[in-house]
Design a protein around this ligand. Sequence first.
Ligand code: MG
Length: 187
Amino acid sequence: MKIGLDMDGVVYDYVANLSNLIVADGGDPIPDKIGWFKPAELWPPYFDNPEKVFFDGDPLPGAVEGCAKLFELSDELWIITAARHEAGPYKLMWLEKHGIEYDDFVITGLDHSAEPKSAIKCDLYIDDGAHNIQELYNNTEADLIIFEQSWNKTREMWDLEWKSDRVNRARNWYEVVQIVEDLTGGE
Ligand SMILES: [Mg+2]
């Protein structure tokens, strides 16, 4: 099984890290339900410093161990991250810092209509972005795991899970690994 794994909001705790940076500067924390993409529009000055935004943050709980398990269970583990290209080197260094192994790393770009995640063919995608889940659902036959975050608890996402056997929700990394074990037969 080839797995396409999102990074921000699934492996890297992007919103918490950015929120901490803003609070350290005397600002208000990022409100719940703000998706991963809005901070770039709402707090643009921080993005002049990709090292702080994309390297200094922590993994989501269980992500490092979970990635190791996915690397073992999959035939190929691809990190597919939508980001500004200048973030690339910092993301690669962060993965190395945490000892996260993968087979390939792809940046799909900020303009999702030009370079959607479905362009990288996988058997399973794991993502927190409702827009990505919807795009992958529409344009692939793959299994999908919605990695639960406040911004994907939407009517559209619940509907998609309800109507489709290939859409699953994981509330944490323990559940991600459980679902992948079920899909791969644990091998
Ligand atoms: Mg994401």
